[in-house]
Design a protein around this ligand. Structure first.
Ligand code: PNS
Length: 162
């Protein structure tokens, strides 16, 4: 049985992430979505909120589990006997970053193998930042993220007085 982990910030989840997760869940026996803290990023949603939004999106998929953790991805993988990382690739610039991450993770944990799934063309420009920016200015994000994600973003910005 092969378990893979799809790590990311998911702040918030988009249709791009959902597409990658569903496709990965068909390749691997079990997919763990690892909601991580990236120290370089300032988040709109806290970890529990990010987890809840993803769980709602993928609740029908019984071989997908959503977990949150802090620290190194490879440490979580070692502790939970996971050897496969799933990453989504949108553009060439994603590749350069992901190439370095895959190399680093391999150096830290030699058994780790990073696999890449090409984002479906209709989501190649979709990112969490783009979705947040659009929603902040009341733009329509219905092609890019579920309705409840749009509502959660509006709720955040309204509470912040924006
Ligand atoms: O969605 P993101 O923010 O592009 O995801 C990046 C993420 C969270 C996958 C990446 O920062 C990560 O793997 N963080 C965990 C910490 C870690 O293992 N870092 C690698 C060494 S710096």
């Amino acid at each position: 049985m092969t378990t893979a982990i799809y790590p990311g910030s998911f702040d918030p989840v988009t249709y791009g992430h959902i597409d990658i997760a569903i496709r990965a869940s068909k390749i691997f026996d079990k997919l763990i979505i690892g909601v991580l803290v990236n120290p370089d990023k300032k988040y709109l949603f806290n970890m529990d909120e990010r987890i809840a939004l993803i769980k709602e999106a993928l609740k029908e998929y019984k071989n997908i589990e959503v977990v949150g953790f802090k620290g190194l991805l490879v440490n979580y993988m070692k502790e939970n006997n996971i050897k496969v990382i799933v990453k989504g690739l949108r553009t060439f610039s994603d590749f350069e970053y992901e190439f370095n991450m895959a190399d680093l993770n391999k150096r830290l944990y030699n058994e780790a193998e990073t696999t890449f799934i090409m984002t479906s063309p209709q989501y190649s420009v979709v990112s969490s930042s783009m979705v947040k920016n659009l929603a902040k200015f009341s733009g329509d994000i219905s092609d890019f993220a579920p309705k409840y994600v749009a509502e959660a973003i509006s709720h955040k910005f309204n509470n912040k007085g924006m």
